[in-house]
Design a protein around this ligand. Sequence first.
Ligand code: SAH
Length: 402
Amino acid sequence: MKRDLRDLTHAETRAFAGELGVEPYRGDQIFRWVHGRRVDRVEAMTDLGKELRARVADAAEVRALAVDVEQVSKDGTRKLRLRTSDDRMIETVLIPDGDASAPDDDLDESESAAPAEPEHLQHALFPKRPKLTQCVSSQVGCALDCSFCATAKLGFGRQLTAGEIVDQVYRAQDIVSALGEDDPTRKAGADRVTNLVFMGMGEPLHNYKNVIRALEILTDPTGADFSRRRITVSTAGLVPGIEKLAAETATALRVNLAVSLNATTDEQRDVLMPINKKWNIARLLEAVRKFPLEKRRRVTFEYVLLDGVNDSDADAERLPKLLRGIPSKVNLIPWNPHELTDGTIPYRRPSDARVRAFQQALKARGLAVYVRRPRGDDIDAACGQLAAKAALPEKLVPLRTS
Ligand code: SAH
């Protein structure tokens, strides 16, 4: 099988040039074509010369994901179902945010380096720009079996390659840059993908090697050139993965960390997230405490709110104690419904009043806490709803199929 050029980091592309018996700078050129100018065909890499192009094309190709289905929510959220070259389905979601000042919708885990100016000045000097956050998948399905999550019901398919991870972003960029002014996604957010969150299908730290390589590729200045500050990797709590990430020395890899905590006692968390039996809350938070944070950076804790399960006053009392001493913020995610494979609906979302009360109780104890509005839940694009359904819900017509 030919090499996938999209799967190679910059250094690997230079090594690939070496394998072909040419100078490493040829690798720089190839990398720039594939990840900077984003061409899909070796033939288009015009500064390589005809003979070298033929040799590259002999050994390698650019393998792109196919956009299988595209759906748009009434709130502008856009879900893409993408097909891999071996016919696996994955999903990625684009979440626009035109009003970046709305504190409740705190998907952007990155912006915190604002200088200490009075608020009215801050606004004039640093006007908030619209955002478009892409929720990226790292695996086909997921192995972790969290009881409340739709992706878990798929089981584990396979790891995504680094090339497949970065290509999700490229497919999305292409679609976004072609949108008309009146498109709901375009109107609600930015005209390009501004932020990446590894919160789609799969557990990124369970695909550590490829996720790291994808981060290297996406942050390369001659490639897509994403700022690491605008990238967040979210984990269900794979402690060795958090420790490895903490030990990475390459600055490009110092991305933001989010942890799906979802419970305040091991008893609860063992049931909700079986991974907790391996690394319990104390072990998890010990690893998070050691995670090196730059100035003004915070760890995000996600907390799915399940009615009558983890939303009690006692939970609101325990949570701040657990997080004491960790520069952090909490994102409450009221549970988004989905069916189990047997058709039953396992949990309930707490009432809006209960969600607000829980938030207030945490705020009163000094936590920075936001409620994540369900985005795109009419197209099953909200947190925990990604399951790459083979059939589409009848009421929704695919916008574009290819
Ligand atoms: N495996 C990683 C990345 C997935 S992030 C992780 O667990 O962090 C997906 C987020 O959605 C997690 O915080 C998860 O707790 C949350 N989630 C899963 N199912 C949900 C549901 N049905 N409603 C709301 N949030 C859900």
